[in-house]
Design a protein around this ligand. Structure first.
Ligand code: G6P
Length: 439
């Protein structure tokens, strides 16, 4: 009988894995993990072996009784797991590069979780996650599924609405990144900041900011709108400054991804320029990853290298390990995660996934109801939710018209005809990973 906790990480060959290993090592006292199974597919085997080697060295250096296992056999790994984390990328970074480049030809933003890129990432990912859930039903029916795979909101939506699995939480580093950004901008320790988060994944708003428990929203909006930088951004998103009067009128803190919707033209220009010069984000990340994996191969390296912070996913292990720790220890603390709405935001369907502050218990996240989003933010959030629901349905059914409907109602798409052109080109480009559409 195993005494410690068994964690299974699907997509274990990811360059982000050292983050997670560091997180478990740091928290061992309260979260006694005995086994970490890193799972990948044959195409990812080389990366799995390299990053797995580093993970083993990190654990050895810590002196803790944690066993790291590497495998290509997902079912072997899943047996009796306590927590399953998912961080895989169907089609690897080559597919992301297509998601980012193809829409640009049609004058549309190419981004991996927004617009056509987000739709196609969802179409490729959702059938795989639903297969994982089937294996979990059989092999580890009591486990929690903690998903970081993007588009995390759409993936959570799909599990909630297209499977019977209830123990799922979607996780993102954007809220923690916003908190860190705000703390840095006003020059205080992050622990002194609290934010009322509500919305959807990559579409989350800070509705109020608190400093030492006192409301600080107005003062922060002043800082946000008067500085040179907007702050709180991520490595993967260019930090274009907001119009001060717009933010003052909005009276909420947008997340970095809101730039794609409130600054669509400027972001399109930026993405097009990047694609011509240094490459799209996927192409930049391919180079970054090459460097990271060269570092990871160094037999003398036994820590998470600081270069990993060049990636957009900084702090994600904090978010993941804090969540797992709070579920395991029934901490009842507040964390922003993706979970079923259950009426927490009135204008979003009850059975849909939202990203919101929750009390984290051993029974899972309990969303803190906000009533509703402010009117100015509500319409966009609802439209994205409709897009995610229809996209998830297209992913499950492989129905062409449903996919076209999802694409067309996305706010980044200018017309039904452009939607169809992009859809057709992307269906062809990604056909190896979209078996459900090959009928
Ligand atoms: C942010 C997002 C993640 C995304 C990452 C991409 O952290 O929240 O959802 O995966 O950026 O970072 P990358 O370095 O791959 O562009």
């Amino acid at each position: 009988m195993r005494e410690g906790i068994k964690i299974v990480t699907i997509g274990g060959g990811s360059s982000y894995t050292p983050e997670l290993i560091e997180g478990f090592i740091k928290r061992f006292d309260s979260l006694p993990v005995s086994d970490i199974w890193l799972v990948d597919i044959p195409e990812g085997e080389e990366k799995l072996n390299i990053v797995g080697g580093l993970a083993k060295r990190m654990v050895k250096k810590s002196g803790l009784p944690i066993n790291v296992h590497l495998t290509l056999d997902r079912r072997e790994a899943l047996q009796d797991a306590d927590f399953v984390t998912t961080q895989f990328r169907v089609g690897l970074l080559e597919a992301r590069a297509k998601d980012e480049r193809i829409p640009l030809k049609y004058g549309v933003i190419g981004q991996e979780t927004n617009g056509p890129g987000g739709l196609f990432k969802g179409l490729r990912t959702i059938p795989v996650i639903l297969d994982i859930v089937k294996d979990m039903e059989e092999l580890c029916p009591n486990a929690w599924l903690i998903n970081f795979t993007n588009p995390a909101g759409m993936v959570t939506e799909a599990v909630l609405r297209h499977s019977q699995w209830k123990k799922v939480v979607g996780l993102c580093n954007v809220p923690v990144g916003m908190k860190m950004g705000i703390a840095e901008q006003i020059g205080v320790e992050p622990e002194r900041i609290h934010i009322d988060f509500a919305g959807l994944n990559h579409m989350i708003y800070g509705l109020n900011v608190y400093l030492d428990g006192e409301i600080y929203t107005e003062q922060y909006i002043e800082t946000l709108t008067s500085g040179e930088q907007s702050g709180g951004t991520m490595r993967n998103i260019v930090d274009l400054k907001w119009e001060p009067d717009f933010i003052k009128a909005l009276q909420a803190i947008p997340c970095p991804y809101h730039r794609y919707y409130y600054k669509t033209n400027e972001m399109f220009e930026e993405e097009s320029k990047a694609a011509e010069e240094d490459g799209t984000r996927a192409e930049v990340v391919q180079k970054l990853e090459k460097g990271l994996f060269e570092l990871y191969q160094d037999e003398n390296l036994a820590i998470k290298p600081p270069q990993l912070e060049e990636r957009g996913g900084a702090y994600y292990s904090d978010a993941a390990c804090n969540l797992i720790d709070s579920i395991y220890n029934d901490r009842k603390d507040i964390q922003p995660v993706n979970t079923v709405n259950h009426g927490a935001i009135a204008s979003i369907p009850d059975d849909s996934a939202i990203e919101i502050n929750c009390v984290i218990t051993k029974e899972g996240p309990k969303p803190i109801a906000i009533g509703d989003l402010p009117v100015a933010t509500r319409g966009l959030v609802q439209q994205i939710k409709s897009f995610e629901r229809i996209a998830a349905e297209a992913a499950v059914t492989g129905d062409y018209q449903t996919a076209l409907l999802a694409m067309t109602i996305n706010p980044l798409i200018p017309s039904d005809t452009v939607a169809k052109e992009i859809l057709d080109e992307m269906l062809e480009a990604h056909k190896a990973y979209l078996p459900q559409f090959q009928k």
